[in-house]
Design a protein around this ligand. Structure first.
Ligand SMILES: Nc1ncnc2c1ncn2[C@@H]1O[C@H](COP(=O)(O)OP(=O)(O)OP(=O)(O)O)[C@@H](O)[C@H]1O
Ligand SMILES: [Mg+2]
Length: 262
C-alpha cells in the first residue's frame, strides 16, 4: 500500500513518513495509552522510536508511566532547551519520550508560528529515529491540526460510542478537507470482541465513504481489557506488566502492520 502524506509540501518527505499521529476527536478514548503501547511495540520490533506528547497543556504520557522527567517541552517553549535536549529515555520501554507538562495551559495556546516552529523541529528530529509517535490532544482545534500536519499517517482512535464515532468522523472530515491526500487509518479501541470492533469500524467506514467519498482503512482493533486499567493504575506499561494480555497482542499486531505498510 502506498503512503500518501498528510501534507504534500514537505521539505523532507522521508521524515514525514516516519511520523504517526494518534488522534480522536473525542477525549478519553485511549489515545495516550495506545500511543505508549504502540511506541513500545515498535521498539520491541527493532525500531528506534520517539513518543512525542503533543497534548501540550494536559500532557500525561509521563503520568501513565510514573515518570518524573527532568526536562520537558515547557523548557523548549521557554527557549531554555533545544528539542533534543528535552528528550527522556524511557529505559523500561526502550523508547524515547518528549514529555509535555500537565497544567501548562500556555503550551496549548502557543501562537501558531511558534507551534509551526516546534513542529518543524520535530520533523528534523524524526531523522534520528525510525518512528515518531505523536499523541495528540482531543478535539479538532488548530493545535491538533497543525501538529497532525507533520505526520505521514494519522491513526484515528474511536470506541463504539456514538459520540466517539461522530467526533472521529469530524476529525477525518476536517483533515480530508485540508489534505485530500492524507493517509488516515482507523483504530477501534475498547472493543468488546474483535467482531463488534469490526462492526464499529464498518459504521465509520461507511459514513466516510458515503459522505466524503473516501475509503479509510482499518489499522486494527484493540479489545477492552481490564489489564489496561490495572497497569495504568500501577503506572506501568501494559507491554511490560502483562505482555501477553489481549490488548497488548492487539497493539503488537497493529505495530507489525504499520511497520509493513508505512
Ligand atoms: N483497550 C482498553 N481496555 C480497557 N480500558 C482502556 C483501553 N484503552 C483505554 N482504556 C481506558 O481509558 C482510559 C483513558 O485512556 P487515555 O488517557 O489513554 O485516553 P486519551 O484518549 O488519551 O484521553 P484524553 O483525550 O483525555 O487525552 C484509560 O485510563 C483506561 O482506563
Ligand atoms: Mg491523552
Amino acid at each position: 500500500m502506498s503512503l500518501r502524506p498528510i501534507a504534500a509540501d514537505t521539505p523532507d518527505p522521508a521524515a514525514r513518513r516516519k511520523i504517526i499521529a494518534v488522534a480522536s476527536g473525542k477525549g478519553g478514548v485511549g489515545k495516550t495509552w495506545f500511543s505508549i503501547s504502540l511506541s513500545q511495540a515498535l521498539s520491541q520490533s527493532g525500531q528506534r522510536t520517539l513518543l512525542f506528547d503533543g497534548d501540550l497543556g494536559l500532557a500525561n504520557v509521563d503520568i501513565q508511566l510514573g515518570l518524573m522527567p527532568k526536562q520537558d517541552l515547557a523548557g523548549v517553549i521557554a527557549g531554555k532547551l533545544t528539542l533534543p535536549q528535552a528528550i527522556t529515555n524511557y529505559r523500561e520501554g526502550q523508547f524515547d519520550i518528549l514529555a509535555g507538562r500537565s497544567g501548562a495551559g500556555n503550551l496549548a495556546m502557543l501562537p501558531v508560528q511558534r507551534l509551526v516552529t516546534l513542529r518543524d523541529n520535530l520533523m528534523r528530529l524524526a531523522g534520528k529515529y525510525d518512528r515518531v509517535i505523536l499523541d495528540l490532544s482531543a478535539g479538532v482545534d488548530r493545535t491538533v491540526q497543525t501538529l497532525a500536519a507533520a505526520a505521514g499517517t494519522a491513526l484515528v482512535v474511536t470506541t463504539d460510542e456514538p459520540t466517539s464515532l461522530t467526533d472521529a468522523y469530524a476529525f477525518i472530515k476536517l483533515t480530508v478537507a485540508d489534505h485530500p491526500e492524507a493517509d488516515l487509518r482507523i483504530v477501534v479501541n475498547m472493543a468488546e470482541t474483535s467482531n463488534s470492533g469490526r462492526e464499529t469500524y464498518e459504521t465509520l467506514r461507511k459514513a466516510c465513504y458515503n459522505f466524503l467519498g473516501r475509503e479509510i482503512p482499518l489499522a486494527g482493533i484493540v479489545r477492552n481489557d481490564s489489564k489496561v486499567r490495572e497497569s495504568i493504575r500501577r503506572q506501568t506499561a501494559l507491554l511490560t506488566r502483562h505482555p501477553s494480555a489481549e490488548a497488548a497482542q492487539d497493539v503488537e499486531a497493529i505495530a507489525a502492520r504499520l511497520k509493513r505498510e508505512t
